[in-house]
Design a protein around this ligand. Structure first.
Ligand code: HMG
Ligand code: MG
Length: 297
């Protein structure tokens, strides 16, 4: 059994750019987001309300949100703490992603708090957000492996997901931060998540460090997942997760799904136009299969 339709959550403007060394001009980011919308992407992480000292690339977040919100889309902004949520409240954005690592060591590197201190801070915030009718997504980092602690117990990941569901989140985006999961591990975790949390949106977020993202997506589809975080051009990576390279590429995932007869509502040709907007401003090449084929022909 495979779904007829899959939702792609475009994370290029956020995960895709946050690790980029050169500052991408704000006007280019705005144009990138606009072109991604034209390609049919209706759920998108626009930017992050994080410390600009920690992630300078996201320093223009307020301007991006002010300029880019689209009422027909679910536009998501990341926020790690109370300060990020207060920044969110000063905008019209109605969807937020909080993020926590299963691994304590990773969480300390990423947001300077232990996992349990992050949860203590976030639970009342999630309650407040839900009372105000915000859409709340929880990103679960290092759900399979951690760059500092190695393999993560599946039961620890499930326990953290359970805490978020009990706190009232709408969506769990469960991440293979350093692209180390194998398809059997993806199948196992996502089968359990789908069975235990039938009323929560379950999304898979794979990084393609070892070129297993597509295989992991297929395994997750077989486990019942119909939502995937992907990044145009396969850009991405977390600055605090050494070795994490790009996300599963939107174009490769869309190509695979459409070939399988699964509808994504994404127009690949327009997606290539979106990639062309940011490509000249990046320090890296775009090496995804679909992009290379497209530019050769
Ligand atoms: P800290 O230094 O412990 O924070 O950093 P603090 O509370 O002590 O504040 C220090 C300074 O930061 C103060 O400013 C605060 O006002 C400011 P100062 O007085 O020095 O001028 N500050 C902020 N400014 C703007 N927005 C905020 C904010 N909070 C404090 N929200 C902090 C703690 C969480 C701020 C920091 O560690 C941080 O910004 N971390 C973000 C890291 C990040 O963005 N990581 C990437 C996203 S997660 C990811 O990529 C994984 C994911 O893709 C899934 C996966 O693949 O695994 C989602
Ligand atoms: Mg990521």
């Amino acid at each position: 059994f495979l779904p007829e339709k899959v939702t792609i959550i475009e994370v290029g403007p956020r995960d895709g750019l946050q690790n980029e060394k050169l500052f991408v001009p704000t006007e280019i980011k705005k144009q990138f987001i606009a072109e991604l919308r034209k390609a049919g992407l209706r759920e998108m992480e626009l930017t992050s309300f994080v410390s600009p000292k920690w992630v300078p690339q996201m320093g223009d977040a307020a301007e991006i949100v002010a300029a880019c919100l689209d009422e027909d889309s679910r536009d998501i902004v990341l926020a790690p703490n109370r300060k990020g949520i207060d920044r969110l409240y000063s905008t019209n954005c109605k969807a937020v992603a909080v993020f926590v690592g299963v691994s304590n060591s990773f969480n300390l590197k990423n947001i300077n708090k232990t996992t349990s201190d992050s949860m203590t801070e976030l639970k009342p915030i999630i309650h407040e957000l839900k009372q105000k009718n915000y859409f709340v997504r929880a990103c679960i980092s290092t759900a399979f492996y951690c760059p500092y602690e190695g393999k993560i117990d599946e039961s620890d990941t499930l326990a953290l997901c359970r805490e978020f569901v009990e706190a009232g989140v709408d969506e769990l985006s469960v991440a293979d931060t350093i692209g180390m999961a194998a398809p059997n591990e993806a199948y196992s975790l996502f089968s359990k998540l789908k069975a235990e949390f039938p009323d929560t949106l379950i999304t898979a977020h794979f990084h393609d460090t070892r070129k297993l993202a597509l295989a992991n997506i297929l395994a997750s589809l077989q486990a019942g997942v119909d939502r995937f975080d992907t990044s145009a051009g396969g850009l991405g990576g977390c600055p605090f997760a050494p070795g994490a390279s790009g996300n599963a590429a939107t174009e490769d995932v869309v190509y695979m799904l459409e070939r399988m007869g699964i509808d994504t509502s994404v127009d690949l040709k327009k997606l290539m136009d979106a990639i062309e907007v940011v490509r000249p401003h990046l320090s890296r090449q775009i090496e995804t299969g679909y992009y290379q084929l497209h530019t050769q022909t």
